[in-house]
Design a protein around this ligand. Structure first.
Ligand code: NAD
Length: 473
């Protein structure tokens, strides 16, 4: 159960799946096979805290699907972690990977702790012990199951995981590929940190460029000038807000744990993060209004509302008061099924989590490939391309007798760095996924919403894979 005792996140995912499955041609048994969680590992292990006391920790790793391996999915540290939640998140990963053509099965992990209540030393012990438990049961490895950061975890935890795994597998030359989201100095890839937020931005930008969709919503095309509200100023929320701001959108509201604020002429999110570091809160940000509670920003008048914190935040109670025209689900499962129905009736376009926040896993895939190839992207070809581009440019200038504009000159001569390649691969992925889902939706007018269209795309891909593989033995 998640947050409220009557709500099962996994059942909600299954219901969305069933709704979409009706628009596919697959056999019932095959659909059941796709839907089921293949393996659930629930564990308990002790940690000795700095004060000498012993605490028993509850943790999970779920592998939803093995139609492609390794399994892939983040590890979250949160008191809300439970089996139902981890199963739902693992299932979403299967569908997410399929939509963005990342050849992994879905997985997810969770440790039921409030990371704020532990010292860094204790967190390191918990993370290393969790990794050891995964190793003992073959639940981690570059070919088996590859975790990544999620809510409450980041590069630091991923570094502890890769170190633990590599220590126990000294002969595994691909050990760095056992986890993604690592610091760049430990085999991470440039661009992973901001990948999910940038992917959310690319996905929503593509939606905003669709003239028909925007007309139906009473909006103009393009991102510039759009009024944005973001919930959660963590990794995903901060980067999403920052990329929107850089593209000329106006961030009119931000919600965090401690409260929410609004500012009609736009909140500078970088300055807000500085303010929060200094004061410990987003409240009392110069020029902004403190709203009555942390949920209030969700109900602000805006063009795009981006929940980027946790699941279940827009539900039957507050959905009727949501005024946004578009909701971009940056978090996993921020809308309950009840909210989904209410928003659909109100004509709000919901851009679904299972593909919109796939930027993280897409760039994780790039990181894994980098780890297996043992070479940084661009290392071999950057200088070669620069030399070749310079020659072509000089030749063209000699032939035409004209000199290229200085700005264009430096762009043409530039050879791609790792970050350029990662961002371009991510943009390509998010644009293609958006178009594929939209075209599925447009080609079948009975499909009620974009979430169902996204599930149809995912089910078709996973089912094709299973159908071709056959059933073993
Ligand atoms: P994070 O821990 O970096 O940030 C989450 C932020 O939300 C924190 O700042 C927290 O204080 C805030 N928050 C919590 N409850 C809140 C509330 N009730 N109101 C307002 N703010 C609240 O986590 P993250 O990595 O940014 O993940 C956020 C969401 O995005 C999760 O649903 C996660 O599963 C999803 N996601 C993350 C990634 C990734 O690469 N990190 C990838 C895909 C999906």
């Amino acid at each position: 159960m998640s947050n409220n005792d009557n709500y099962s996140f996994f059942t909600a995912v299954e219901n969305s799946f069933d709704k979409a499955a009706e628009f596919t041609k697959w056999d019932k048994g095959l659909l059941e096979l796709i839907k089921a969680c293949n393996a659930v590992y629930r564990m308990r292990f002790p940690v000795k805290k700095e004060d000498g006391s012993i605490e028993v920790i509850e943790a999970y790793r779920v592998q939803h699907s093995h139609h492609k391996t390794p399994c892939k999915g983040g590890i979250r540290f949160s008191m809300a972690v439970n089996q139902d939640e981890v199963m739902a998140l693992a299932a979403l990963m299967t569908y997410k990977c399929a939509i963005v053509n990342v050849p992994f099965g879905g997985g997810k992990g969770g440790i039921k702790i409030d990371p704020k209540k532990y010292t860094p030393y204790e967190l390191e012990k918990i993370t290393r012990r969790y990794t050891t438990e995964l190793i003992k049961k073959n639940y981690i490895g570059p070919a088996l199951d590859v975790p990544a950061p999620d809510y409450g975890t980041g590069e630091r935890e991923m570094a502890w995981i890769v170190d633990t795994y590599a220590t126990m597998h000294p002969n595994d030359i691909d050990a760095a590929g056992c986890v993604t989201g690592k610091p760049v100095s430990q085999g991470g890839v440039n661009g992973r940190r901001e990948a999910t937020g940038l992917g959310v931005f690319f996905g929503l930008k593509e939606v905003c460029n669709m003239e028909d969709r925007m007309r139906k919503l009473g909006l103009t095309t393009g991102v510039a000038g759009k009024r944005i509200v973001v919930q959660g100023l963590g990794n995903v929320g901060f980067h999403t807000a920052k990329f929107f701001q850089q593209a000329g959108a106006i961030v009119v509201g931000i919600a965090e744990f401690e409260g929410s604020i609004s500012k009609e002429d736009g909140i500078d999110v970088v300055a807000l993060v500085e303010h929060r570091k200094r004061t410990g809160s987003i409240l009392d940000f110069p020029g902004a209004i403190n709203l009555e509670n942390n949920g209030a920003a969700l109900e602000l008048d805006c063009d795009i509302l981006i929940p980027a914190a946790l699941e279940n935040v827009i539900n039957g109670q507050n959905a009727p008061r949501v005024k946004a025209k578009i909701i971009g689900e940056a978090a996993n499962g921020p809308l309950t099924p009840e909210a989904d129905e209410i928003l659909l009736k109100k004509g709000i376009l919901v851009v679904p989590d299972m593909y919109l926040n796939a930027g993280g896993v897409t760039v994780s895939y790039f990181e894994w490939l980098k780890n297996l190839s043992h070479v940084r992207y661009g290392r071999l070809e950057k200088r070669f391309n620069e030399n070749m581009n310079t020659r072509i440019l000089k030749e063209m200038e000699a032939l035409t007798g004209k000199r290229a504009d200085e700005k264009n000159r430096s762009f043409i001569e530039h050879g791609a760095d790792e970050i350029d390649l990662v961002h371009s691969g991510l943009e390509e992925t998010m644009i293609n996924a958006t178009r594929e889902i939209m075209s599925e939706w447009e080609n079948n007018e009975k499909i009620p919403d974009m979430r169902t269209a996204a599930y149809v795309v995912a089910i078709n891909k996973v089912a094709t894979s299973y159908a071709e593989l056959g059933i073993f033995p």
